[in-house]
Write a protein that binds this ligand. Structure first.
Ligand SMILES: [Fe+2]
Length: 300
């Protein structure tokens, strides 16, 4: 059995001047971030993965470099308070808004160069993709390249030879939620999403793919694997996923909301908050138990 936590889109900005668009509550970053370590540690996971967008760099926010660097130090301190091993992937907002470089982020969080393979347990490997290798100003949802595809197929071949299931983590979505415009992969989808979906379909060790970026919970059974998209920490519903993979092929997830009452009350007073389900999804997207055929095949 494996038991881990997935958190994403923490978008920390010390002294943010305003909250920005719903569901974000950027001015409440300190309260939200202080609530993360105790909530995660209480679950005693084997490991924790952050899905990217730790920060408010890159586009939209125009964060000064000095504040960007301070936010990296604050974030590192927050995640150093986790008791379990911690793994990161970058999001589009993790680069310096002034230079579009990830150097300071990379130094603090050791993200994958292209695709890393981490043996998190004797019976599970995680594959972490860095889809922001090119100009993030141009490809804000990242790019799935030939190099990514080759590394993923090689990791899969090895995992199948060893009969060990894998989980892929990348920041942006790979499954559109509406028919894409001509020439587009779909809103919030990585460039090359259709190709990636095809590759994952052909890589039988990959039992699930985890993403963030769109700040929406959504669980999709696709062919014989799962795609788990997760809402943001910095905004409603202020939560993260606890995930269990059983020895007989079951995936279980529970969505945990942080205990941040004053932030929640402030969010409720926003007039652009929208419907709760716009962000938290349907009940099934928060909590569910699903048998994954690929996991069952590899474990029984
Ligand atoms: Fe993002």
């Amino acid at each position: 059995m494996n038991h881990f936590v997935f958190i994403t889109d923490t978008h920390y900005w010390p002294d943010a001047p305003r909250d920005y668009g719903a569901p974000k509550m950027l001015t409440r970053g300190r309260e939200i971030h202080d609530a993360i370590p105790p909530a995660v540690n209480a679950l005693n996971p084997e490991f924790v993965v952050h899905g990217g967008d730790f920060l408010c760099g890159g586009s939209s926010f125009d964060l000064p470099t000095e504040t960007y660097e301070r936010s990296i130090r604050d974030m590192r301190e927050t995640f150093d308070r986790l008791q379990a091993p911690f793994f990161a992937i970058p999001g589009n907002h993790d680069c310096d808004a002034q230079t579009w470089k990830f150097d300071a982020f990379n130094e603090a969080f050791d993200p994958p160069e292209i695709l890393s393979v981490d043996p998190v347990a004797t019976d599970l490997r995680i594959l972490r993709a860095n889809i922001f290798l090119d100009d993030t100003k141009v490809t804000g949802s990242g790019e799935w390249t030939d190099a990514h595809d080759e590394r993923l197929r090689e990791a899969d071949r090895q995992a199948i030879a060893d009969r060990i299931p894998t989980i892929l983590f990348l920041h942006a979505w790979l499954l559109p939620d509406a028919p894409p415009e001509p020439g587009s992969e779909g809103r919030g989808c990585v460039e090359g999403a259709r190709r990636l979906l095809e590759t994952v379909s052909q890589c039988p060790s990959i039992v699930a793919v985890f993403t963030g970026h769109r700040h929406v919970n959504r669980i999709t059974a696709y062919r014989d694997f799962l795609i788990a998209d997760t809402a943001c920490l910095i905004g409603y519903p202020f939560g993260f996923r606890e995930v269990t993979l059983s020895d007989d092929g079951w995936f279980s997830t529970r969505f945990h909301r942080l205990d941040v009452p004053s932030t929640m009350a402030a969010y409720r007073s926003r007039d652009d908050a929208g419907e709760d389900a716009d962000w938290e999804g349907q009940p099934h997207d928060c909590d569910c138990d699903i048998l994954i055929p690929r996991l069952q095949d590899l474990r029984t």
